[in-house]
Design a protein around this ligand. Structure first.
Ligand code: AMP
Length: 286
């Protein structure tokens, strides 16, 4: 496995792979890798010959300095995990290389996310998705992948990136990969390491409640408003959790919907004390 910290080294490796006619698969991450990330690598392997993983904690997508400071960084374990999962190249640039300091008066060029970034996480984390599409667009320009894999765990992010690729004609195929969960159902997340055992127990209420909502819809519940209030009550009363948002939205447009039919996704962002976790499920009305 190769590692590249400098942009020039990455470009050399990518050029070599391209000259050999290899199809490049890309998995962008912020490190603190877990089985969710490794499943994206597996998905990428089904679509490409060589796999590039980037590890970069992107400061411009954090809207809370506390969240950025406490974001877990586990470089040695990440490298070992990539090696075990047969990654070909790990790209781990510095913040200075990705965002070179500009003069005091210059405003650096950024990408603005499209309308899919407006609700949900976009509404409660202003600027977050502009930071995401900027770094993903920038990384696409450096890695020049044929295909890039994103997790459905970050459902809105996946949709926002697909919109960027379509609207700006990036020659990259975006492949979604399903949510990987702990055996008890909690969606895997790098932020889970910030949960102590009491918080971890309460966090379980998130996935349990979403799964209950799936069952309620299967049994005939169609009113989005009612389902949302059931979910909110469960978060409050059973988990002692504060919801940042709970939304039932169209699977593609992410517009809120009133009547659950065949295109509904239930998405939630929830605070377990100061740790914000997200999760989502597909609602299927039978
Ligand atoms: P992150 O390192 O959190 O920025 O995530 C990098 C990629 O991994 C994103 O495409 C995420 O959606 C994906 N990812 C994170 N957690 C999971 C999970 N539990 N299951 C599937 N994909 C995930």
């Amino acid at each position: 496995m190769e590692t590249a910290e400098r942009i020039a080294d990455l470009r050399l490796s990518v050029e070599r792979a391209r000259r050999q006619g290899k199809r490049i698969g890309f998995v962008p991450t912020m490190g603190a890798l877990h089985a969710g990330h490794f499943s994206l690598i597996e998905t990428a392997r089904r679509h490409a010959d060589i796999i590039v993983v980037s590890i970069f904690v992107n400061p411009i997508q954090f809207n809370s300095p506390h969240d950025l400071e406490t974001y877990p960084r586990t470089w040695e374990a990440d490298l070992a995990g990539c090696r075990e999962n047969n990654v070909d190249l790990v790209f781990a640039p510095t913040v200075q290389d990705i965002y070179p300091p500009t003069s005091k008066t210059a405003v650096p060029c950024r990408i603005t996310a499209g309308s899919l970034a407006q609700g949900l996480c976009g509404a409660t984390r202003p600027g977050h998705f502009d930071g995401v599409v900027t770094v993903v667009g920038l990384l696409f320009n450096l890695v020049m992948p044929d295909v890039a894999v994103f997790g459905e765990k970050d459902y809105q992010q996946l949709r926002v990136i697909k919109q960027m690729v379509d609207d700006l004609h990036f020659p990259v195929e975006i492949v979604p990969s399903p949510i990987i969960r702990e055996p008890d159902g909690l969606a895997m997340s790098s932020r889970n390491v910030r949960l102590n055992s009491e918080m971890r127990a309460r966090a379980l209420c998130i996935s349990q409640t979403l799964f209950e909502a799936v069952r309620l819809v299967e049994r005939g519940e169609r009113e989005a408003l009612k389902l949302r209030s059931i979910v909110k009550q469960a978060f409050d009363e059973r988990g002692g959790l504060r919801a940042d948002y709970i939304e039932i939205a169209d699977i593609d447009t992410l517009e809120p919907i009133d009547q659950i039919e065949d295109r509904a996704q239930l998405l939630a962002a929830v605070f377990v004390d100061d740790v914000r976790l997200i999760d989502n499920v597909r609602l299927i009305a039978r």
